[in-house]
Design a protein around this ligand. Structure first.
Ligand code: ADP
Ligand code: MG
Length: 405
């Protein structure tokens, strides 16, 4: 990895309409845990330099002597509200514009992924991005746009565990283990989980209830690193469909001859990834080790996709770089969030403790590479766009077929 220059580039604007956009990469450093404080209160491997940059100490010296990394944002002691202002607000704005967006949290177990994505569901101040984004999506203030006549929100919530996709909203009973669902490809809408329960939700309270149920169904296991460490990737997808009326009412037709109703669908994809630590660090054995291996396989695939996308940005012949989305269920399902039709934010979560120096360094390098990825968000409305996407998908399928021969 190349350490970034301390001179910070202006953050990517989230306010433009459709167009190429880099993935926004932010890091969030949590406070020292009690265990870390007890071990050695003074030893930190990170130091914030500015709201966009930090130092990472690579040796036994303190962080001052380390490498500088620059990101779109470096959160240090910011509140949940402040993080949402910088990360969540644009997600909601994009949704109203008809643009897909996604946020994914990456980092070792215990670094703050779930705190950032979900936080406390029973405490307003402690609420993470999912509750805040959802509340804001349903709030009528955001709909101060006269063209919109109605909207609905449909939720899917699933986890990827050992490369198996498990519906967290499906009916469960203790006698029958939950069946794995297949990932399939829709010609225009992209990858989706076949047979996943889609629940229309009328407000945040509805969705909170679904999440609580889904979270109880999540596969958790104890490891040395975190008593309730989640070994799975959890993916919440909100499909936000607005019906908009365009044109002047000239008195004819259903909405008047000059008027037409158009549906805009935008997807909000919110991902709490499994811990990024290596299996040998967690001290797991037996079955748990197999799990860790698979989680790493998925995150390894994510790393390969990020590398390929980063390479395709610098490569002169963009089309020649093959991006191995299909190597894992995770990367296949996140394809649009990573290199496709979405505005995306990666939140890399970090412990500042020198005890976690190695994992923190690996998360920073991962995040550093993700900065180069470009996506191309498009308003999901114009039928021509759908046709173009369909043709593109066909071209990709034909290319893939050619490669196999
Ligand atoms: P992960 O999901 O990455 O395994 P968690 O989100 O569960 O980690 O965080 C581990 C612990 O650290 C939790 O007790 C959480 O409340 C706390 N924590 C994480 N991030 C922060 C933060 N930014 N501020 C305060 N506490 C935090
Ligand atoms: Mg977690």
């Amino acid at each position: 990895s190349t350490p970034a220059s301390p001179a910070s580039a202006p953050p990517v604007s989230a306010d433009e309409e459709s167009g190429a956009d880099k993935i926004r990469v932010v890091v969030r450093v949590r406070p020292l845990s009690q265990a870390e404080q007890q071990a050695d209160a003074s030893a930190l491997c990170l130091k914030r330099l500015s709201p966009q940059s930090l130092k990472y100490g690579t040796d036994e010296e303190n962080a001052d002597s380390g490498m500088t990394f620059t990101f779109d944002q470096v959160f240090w002691s910011e509140s949940q509200q402040q993080v949402c202002d910088k990360v969540g607000v644009s997600v909601v704005r994009n949704a109203w514009k008809g643009l897909n967006s996604s946020v994914f949290a990456y980092g070792q177990t215990g670094s703050g992924k779930t705190h950032t994505m979900t936080g406390q569901l029973d405490d307003l101040q402690g609420e993470g991005l999912i509750p805040r984004i959802s509340r804001s999506l349903f709030s009528t203030d955001a709909a101060a746009d006269e063209a919109i006549t109605s909207f609905k929100v449909v939720a899917t919530y699933y986890e990827i565990y050992n490369e198996r996709v498990i519906d967290l909203l499906g009916e469960t009973d203790a006698a029958s283990p939950r069946a794995a669902l297949r990932v399939r490809e829709h010609p225009t809408r992209g990858p989706f989980v076949e047979g996943a329960v889609m629940r229309e939700v009328g407000g945040w309270a509805d969705l909170a209830q679904l999440l609580r149920r889904g979270n109880r169904a999540r596969t958790v296991a104890s490891t040395k690193m975190n008593a309730a460490s989640s070994r799975s990737h959890a993916i919440l997808q909100l499909s936000f469909v607005q019906t908009r009326i365009y044109g002047a009412d000239d008195g004819g037709g259903e909405f008047g001859g000059g008027m037409r109703a158009v549906d805009r669908e935008s997807k909000i994809t919110l991902v709490d990834l499994a811990g990024s630590e290596r299996a040998d660090k967690t001290g797991v054995t037996g079955d748990r080790l197999v799990e860790s291996g698979n989680i790493n396989k998925s995150l390894l695939a994510l790393g390969s996709v990020i590398n390929a996308l980063a390479e395709s940005v610098t490569s002169t012949s963009t089309s020649s770089v093959f991006v191995p989305y299909r190597n894992s269920a995770l990367t296949w399902l996140l394809r649009e969030s990573l290199g496709g039709n979405a505005r995306s934010v990666m939140v890399a979560t970090l412990s500042p403790s020198a005890l976690q120096r190695e994992e923190t360094g690996s998360t920073l390098r991962y995040a550093e590479r993700a900065k180069r990825i470009k996506t191309h968000a498009t308003v999901n409305e114009d039928p021509n766009v759908a046709i173009i996407r369909q043709l593109r998908a066909e071209i990709e399928a034909l290319k893939a077929a050619l490669r196999e021969h």
